[in-house]
Design a protein around this ligand. Structure first.
Ligand code: GDP
Ligand code: MG
Length: 686
């Protein structure tokens, strides 16, 4: 049977629950993040509903449809250009006045709409009583109550999508928001000029275009320029109209229009919202006082992050040891099955040695992401950003720029994408350039391995100190760039604190799994290939051994040792020998490869000639001193962003200039920092 396809889109303010509803409807496994940056990317899903096939898109969160932010432009152009059959505006019912601002703008876009009044549980607990029939009738849009995280109302919503798409809904009707006599007159004036070209009216609502021209919307001015025969006249008329409105109201036309919209919303809410004052204790303000108070807030924040790394190391150790043993057995089993020779060597020392060395850290990675998800989902991340506002001002950024930095703990690539929420070009470039200094989870395996080997009693603290160095450097380097490269004022901005929410197990599990999956994909892709290359470089040329295949005891004379030795002179003052040099080169592609390379590089045998399984034991006998180990970790922290991050930098800045600059400055900085640490350590006598 042929199924009808309906194209739908979800839009709404950030944190209104779009992604939650999207997941509930499509069942798609997705990250339920809190930051606009995460949803800037388009997410699409499929719903099968009786005879209908619904394709649905989760649009980025936005408060308005002006053309100021990327989110607004993306959402708006999607509706204008892709013309979805139905648009669902997800509304935070506990905050109707603010949410309806976007709704009024959607009404003007002339698209078929449904309002999903989400967070009904919160609205109810605040004593808000919403008359949904009245609201629907007033706005001419069907209204559905939903509670996204419990899935309630979502079935009805899907049913309603079909109904509205097929024009079977009796509520749907097009209303005009009246802007007062003066503005209405100017709308008509502009419309009459636009109508000289009927083509443009087929594509866009002329009332909407006129309104936007009065609001001086750059995107619409560009749109009009596509119709050269009327463009000049339309733009001239728009300027006259704006002048006329300003003359009468002594105020910018944008402000007049937005005032009228709020007036309309207030009028509508008077009709259909009753608020019963409920005496209840709202925990958010109390908790906030406790968590975001400046004096105790920051130590507490640092304590949370410290706790996160302690747990990541300590809790992760148990399953990690278990995994290591398992991988060790796999290696032994294969040595037993396959005849000794190149193939066995490649599989055991190359693949299992390399990939296995990284795979062991899966539990640690999962634990780290569990904490990050917990901070995000409870609303603590937003508080942290709030807290850090003052610090961020040191480098001329506001607290909002701290969110991409926090995301950098996970992975710098999406974190750099999340800088899109910064409107100012200079702020954005600055945030992009310092982001790689925030130590991502790919570097964690290196720290766990090295710190666990050389500082077994204080590994958690050592790891925490590396992260702290990264943050301090980000601030120092940021300040430096601010006064040299990106001079400018701090843009004014209001930060919002979302309410605290109880995270769901399902949400947390999904985040962990998302990251775990990416980690496994990397292990079976890039890291696998990297391990084989490193192994091959260590095994060849063959004829340097008496036997036909190397047992890798020395690696002396291999291509790998030649490569390593060629750059060792540069790294020697930092306490590194040729093996560490090789590991660092391989880490240029992705930082996890450093560990897999070490897995191949440090083969060791005990007195009975059996291979020592534990990589940390092998590493311990490599001749590295603790201070050299620390210098190595600092180098890994700072030196060049991985390929994926550089590619994102290129895309986001639209030139190779900035990624190349990032490579250059980070290499120099890494060298200087490691040099200072190693040399100071040597003088003090470590
Ligand atoms: P988006 O930014 O619009 O995509 O919002 P999300 O879908 O990421 O939701 C933000 C947060 O609100 C998540 O922690 C959800 O679990 C939570 N949430 C979503 N819908 C509801 C709801 O109806 N009631 C409550 N109490 N929480 C919700
Ligand atoms: Mg979302």
């Amino acid at each position: 049977m042929h199924k009808e396809t309906i194209r739908a889109a979800l839009i709404g303010n950030p944190n209104s629950g779009k992604t939650t509803i999207f997941n509930e409807m499509t069942g798609a496994r997705q990250k339920v993040g809190n930051w606009a940056g995460v949803t800037v990317e388009k997410k699409e899903g499929q719903i099968e509903h009786n005879d209908h096939h619904i394709e649905i898109t989760d649009l980025p969160g936005t408060y308005s449809l002006t053309a100021y932010t990327i989110e607004e432009i993306v959402s708006r152009n999607f509706i204008l250009d892709e013309k979805p059959d139905v648009v669902i505006d997800v509304i935070d019912s506990s905050n109707l006045e603010r949410s309806l601002y976007l709704a009024t703008q959607l009404i003007e876009l002339n698209t078929k709409l449904i309002f999903a009044l989400n967070m009904m549980d919160i609205a109810t607990s605040k004593g808000h009583n919403i008359n949904k029939e009245k609201l629907a009738a007033l706005l001419g849009v069907p209204v559905i109550f939903t509670i996204g995280n419990k899935g309630s109302g979502v079935e009805d919503l899907v049913e309603k999508i079909v109904e509205v798409a097929e024009d079977r809904n009796t509520v749907s009707r097009h209303i005009h928001i009246a802007y007062g006599r003066e503005v209405e007159k100017e709308i008509k004036n502009i419309q009459s000029v636009i109508w000289r070209n009927p083509e443009i009216g087929e594509k866009y609502s002329t009332r909407w275009l006129s309104l936007k021209l009065i609001e001086n919307d750059n995107e619409v001015i560009d749109t009009v320029s596509f119709f050269p025969e009327i463009a000049d006249d339309v733009i001239k008329q728009a300027e006259q109209s704006r002048a006329a409105i300003r003359e009468i109201y002594k105020e910018d036309p944008e402000i007049i229009i937005s005032d009228q919209r709020y007036g309309f919303i207030n009028g509508a809410l008077k009709e259909c919202l009753k608020i019963k004052l409920i005496k209840r204790i709202d925990i958010s303000p109390k908790v906030d006082l406790f968590l975001t108070n400046c004096f105790i807030g920051i130590p507490k924040f640092i304590f949370f992050i410290w706790g996160m790394f302690q747990s990541t190391f300590k809790l992760g150790a148990i399953p990690a040891d278990f995994l290591a043993a398992l991988i060790g057995y796999a290696g032994e089993a294969i040595s037993f099955i396959l005849p000794a020779g190149l193939l066995q060597d490649m599989i055991v020392n190359g693949i299992i040695g390399g990939v296995g060395a990284v795979l062991v850290f899966l539990p640690n990675i999962l634990i780290l992401f569990f904490f990050i998800a917990l901070f995000e989902d409870t609303g603590y991340m937003a508080r942290a950003a709030f807290l850090m506002d003052k610090f961020m001002h040191i480098i001329g950024l506001h607290g909002r720029a701290f969110i991409p930095m926090l995301m950098g703990f996970g992975c710098n690539a999406p974190a750099i994408m999340a800088t899109r929420t910064l409107e100012n070009e200079n702020d954005r470039l600055l945030s992009i350039l310092i982001n790689p200094l925030i130590s991502c989870s790919a570097r964690l395996p290196v720290y766990i391995l090295v710190a666990g080997t050389f500082f077994p009693q204080h590994a958690g603290n050592a790891i925490f100190s590396i992260y702290a160095i990264g943050i301090v450097l980000a601030i120092v380097v940021g300040k430096l760039f601010r006064i040299t490269l990106f001079k400018g004022e701090i843009a004014p901005f209001v930060m919002e604190l979302p309410p605290y929410r109880m995270p769901t197990i399902k949400g947390l599990a999904m985040h962990m799994w998302e990251r775990g999956k990416i980690f496994l994909q990397k292990a079976t892709g890039m890291i696998l290939i990297g391990s084989i290359i490193i192994w091959a470089l260590s095994a060849f040329p063959l004829n340097r051994h008496e036997t036909d295949y190397p047992d890798n005891q020395t690696m002396e004379g291999s291509y790998l040792s030649m490569l390593g030795k060629s750059i060792t002179p540069v790294l020697k003052p930092l306490g590194m020998d040729w093996r560490e040099s090789v590991a660092l080169i391989s880490g240029l592609a992705a930082k996890e490869i450093i560990v897999s390379t070490m897995g191949v590089l440090y083969p060791g045998k005990n007195n009975n000639g059996e291979k020592i399984q534990k990589l940390s034991t092998r590493l311990k006998h490599s001749g590295m001193t603790p201070i050299a180990a620390y210098s190595f970790m600092v180098f890994v922290l700072i030196y060049t962003p991985c390929l994926a991050t550089l590619a994102v930098m290129k895309r986001e800045t639209n030139s190779w200039k900035w990624p190349l600059f990032a490579v250059g400055y980070s290499l120099v900085l890494a060298w200087i920092m490691s040099f200072m640490i190693f040399q100071t350590g040597k003088i003090i006598g470590f």
